[in-house]
Design a protein around this ligand. Structure first.
Ligand SMILES: N[C@@H](CCC(=O)N[C@@H](CS)C(=O)NCC(=O)O)C(=O)O
Length: 206
């Protein structure tokens, strides 16, 4: 029996996009409820008391938080191409992914500083500090990638998903910051990944 899978959230959210891209790469079929967290609070709270996306309805079950959803998806698909089962390779992928998800978190904070506060309550030094953290994370990932096509070698792994999603998100919310530093390797990684369907289908078109 095939399980019905519904992903709640839209791809502007890096946490939603990293989940959708992972599902795509794993070849799991799903449908979408493309709602914005800020606009569909009551709807999302049926699935997550915090009103956050993503949430995944799978059969009669609801899984929340992108990390838990991705963990579940990896288990369901039973493939090890995105994350090695053990050892140094697994630790590296998890470390690169932790940096990338940290960039996402800080990027969301920086964006909310602007979108969720009245202009007079915006405290620019805090936003700047957060964006410094974002850039430090991206620079480290750029360095770690080096001249490789993907973190995963010739095909993307979980670190590639998280890095590309983090980089693309910061290009949306703080393009001036991206342009202020040299992240050429990440720019190439993003272009390479986004030429693949799994990434292209989730790229934010807003
Ligand atoms: N740790 C969570 C973070 C999810 C998250 O922060 N989602 C944002 C959208 S990018 C959200 O739903 N924000 C609404 C809110 O916090 O009120 C995950 O990985 O799923």
């Amino acid at each position: 029996m095939t399980l019905s899978i519904v992903l709640i959230g839209r791809d502007l959210s890096p946490f939603v996009r990293r989940t959708a891209t992972t599902l795509n790469l794993l070849g799991l079929s799903y449908t979408r409820e493309e709602v914005a967290a800020a606009e569909a609070v009551d709807f999302i709270r049926q699935y997550n008391p915090l009103g956050r996306v993503p949430a995944l309805i799978i059969g009669n079950d609801v899984v929340i938080d992108s990390a838990a959803i991705i963990d579940y998806a990896l288990e369901l698909a039973g493939k090890q191409s995105l994350l090695s089962p053990s050892g140094e390779a697994r630790r590296s992928t998890l470390k690169q992914s932790a940096i990338a998800t940290g960039v996402m978190e800080k990027g969301v904070v920086a964006a909310y500083e602007v979108t969720q506060r009245p202009q007079e309550y915006l405290y620019e030094p805090y936003r700047e500090r957060v964006l410094e953290q974002v850039l430090a994370g991206l620079q480290e990932l750029d360095e770690m990638l080096g001249e490789a096509a993907f973190f995963g070698g010739t095909t993307p792994d979980l670190a590639d998903v998280n890095t590309v999603v983090a980089y693309d998100f910061i290009c949306i919310v703080a393009k001036d910051k991206i342009d202020s530093v040299n992240l050429n390797r990440l720019a190439r990684l993003s272009a390479r990944a986004n030429s693949l369907n799994a990434f292209a289908l989730t790229r934010w078109q807003g």
